[in-house]
Design a protein around this ligand. Structure first.
Ligand code: ADP
Ligand code: MG
Length: 460
């Protein structure tokens, strides 16, 4: 379907053409008319299928230039990097419109953001923590907000964010139209979402909880101690960096390597550098300047290897990313879908390798259960034979451990940690992972609130 069939304004159509889009993607085709009609929407579509434009275009289309800008649309994202990217998208689609768009996120000086707000804002893209900070300073007025968007909605409604999202929601006018998008969703979160939405139209494209089909997924089942060798050899062979820096950008390949913990990211980054590879890294303990610098250098192609925690798993759009490499499996199964969804975007193809060792079988089991399919195995010289029937045994053992821990210590936050692996998890960038540490897994919404807040503040 062509964009002009939606009845979108010329200025926006021109911007879409300039962006190189010819036809609407399936989620855009379904969601744009419904949003234009004024309904609340919950939209589910695979990674990299154009969900941002699916909400940005109808919002832009409804906003008229006014002399004195008033906040008409508020978009929340879980990470600073995604806020910036979404803000850039709004600017791209609204380039021929006279609108003021402002991006508010933590880790950066408030002065600049305050100055921008004083000049007026039609559209605000923000992470919740900083938005509330600025609201408390009395510089924000939400009385005229028509659109309230949660991008990566399931994440925005998990325990780390939902108190802030609720607070912000309570400040908005009754009539606001609420829009939520994600590639992953589960029943509990959707029930929570429905408490905030009014007669929502649910739009789902393809199966939920899946990355795009353009992502070629490959599992390497191996020994933990071989992981460094495998990743280093892979990167040396495929990325050939830094030797190939003289090649044109299009002939250079790039990869994001995900690790579960911040410490793990630092350690791996060092190992790669020691092996002569040029890499940058991003995680929640880095300053915002370092995070921005790493991502800028990676996006621009100056560096072709990015080591990242799950802080980079959601939403980031890096065109022409060749590989995602899961050095280890994410603690939260939905993050697997988001991690691999950094590649194979907008119809491009991409490969996602996942290293898995015996200790991680229970995580693999959760991921495959979530996606409803097995990750195909790649045979490499390091691959071990994978016996999937082991899953059940591992799962039983883990259930037993969880139950035992709960019985013994209740939900006491101070109970001793079981082992180093779990100590490491406290260093995790993934808020939701914290609930595993507290063995609260059965109760999705009773996670350790304090831990989540600490992490949340670093991430947004
Ligand atoms: P999602 O939020 O679904 O993961 P994004 O909104 O980040 O996906 O879009 C993924 C990529 O697809 C971006 O690079 C975007 O510019 C591009 N894109 C979006 N819509 C279209 C379209 N209609 N035609 C071509 N490319 C598109
Ligand atoms: Mg997105």
């Amino acid at each position: 379907m062509k964009f002009k069939e939606f009845g979108i304004k010329k200025d926006i159509l021109n911007a879409i053409r300039k962006a190189g889009y010819e036809e609407a993607t399936p989620i855009q085709e379904k969601a744009i008319p419904v949003i234009m009609e004024g309904s609340d929407v919950i939209g589910l579509a695979q990674t990299g299928t154009g969900k941002t434009a699916a909400f940005a275009l109808p919002i832009l289309n409804s906003i008229e230039f006014r002399k004195r800008a008033r906040v008409r649309a508020l978009i929340l994202t879980p990470t600073r990097e995604l806020a910036i990217q979404t803000f850039e998208n709004f600017k791209k689609y609204g380039r021929y419109m006279d609108l003021k768009t402002v991006c508010l996120y933590g880790g950066a000086k408030k002065g600049n953001q305050l100055a921008q707000l004083k000049r007026g804002a039609d559209i605000i893209v923000a992470t919740p923590g900083r938005l509330i900070d600025l609201y408390n300073e009395g510089v924000l007025d939400f009385k005229s907000v028509d659109y309230f968007v949660l991008d990566e909605a399931d994440r925005m409604l998990d325990m780390g964010f939902v108190p802030d999202v609720r607070k912000i929601n309570s400040l908005l006018p009754e009539w606001r139209q609420m829009i939520m998008f994600s590639a992953t969703m589960d029943k509990a979160v959707e029930d929570l979402a429905n408490q905030m939405l009014k007669d929502p139209v649910r739009i789902q494209v393809a199966a939920q909880n899946d990355a795009a089909e353009t992502v070629d997924q490959r599992l390497i089942y191996t020994k933990g101690e071989l992981k460094d060798t495998i990743i280093i050899q892979f990167l040396q062979n495929e990325i050939k960096n830094p030797e190939n820096l003289s090649l044109p950008r299009k002939d250079r390949k790039n990869a994001i390597v995900f690790t579960r913990t911040k410490k793990g990211a630092d350690r791996l980054h060092k190992a790669l550098v020691k092996a002569g590879l040029l890499a940058v890294s991003i995680h929640g303990d880095k300053t915002q300047g370092q995070r921005k610098d790493a991502l800028d250098r990676f996006r621009s192609g100056q560096v072709q290897i990015l080591v990242a925690t799950d802080v980079a798993a959601r939403g980031l759009d890096i065109p022409k990313l060749n590989y995602v490499f899961n050095y280890d499996l994410p603690e939260e199964p939905d993050n697997y879908v988001h991690r691999i969804g950094r590649t194979g975007r907008a119809g491009e193809s991409g490969i996602a390798y996942t290293l898995c060792c015996e200790d991680e079988l229970h995580l693999l089991y959760e991921i495959e259960k979530l996606m409803g399919k097995e990750i195909p195995e790649a045979s490499t010289e390091w691959s071990l034979e994978l016996d999937r029937t082991k899953f059940k045994r591992h799962n039983k053992r883990n259930n037993y451990r969880r139950n035992f821990a709960r019985r013994s210590y209740g939900d006491n936050k101070n109970r001793p940690r079981r082992n180093d692996k779990h100590r490491d998890n406290r260093n995790n960038d993934n808020h939701r992972a914290n609930r595993h540490n507290d063995n609260n897994r059965d109760n999705k919404h009773s996670r350790n609130h304090r831990d989540n807040r600490d992490n949340r503040n670093k991430n947004n």
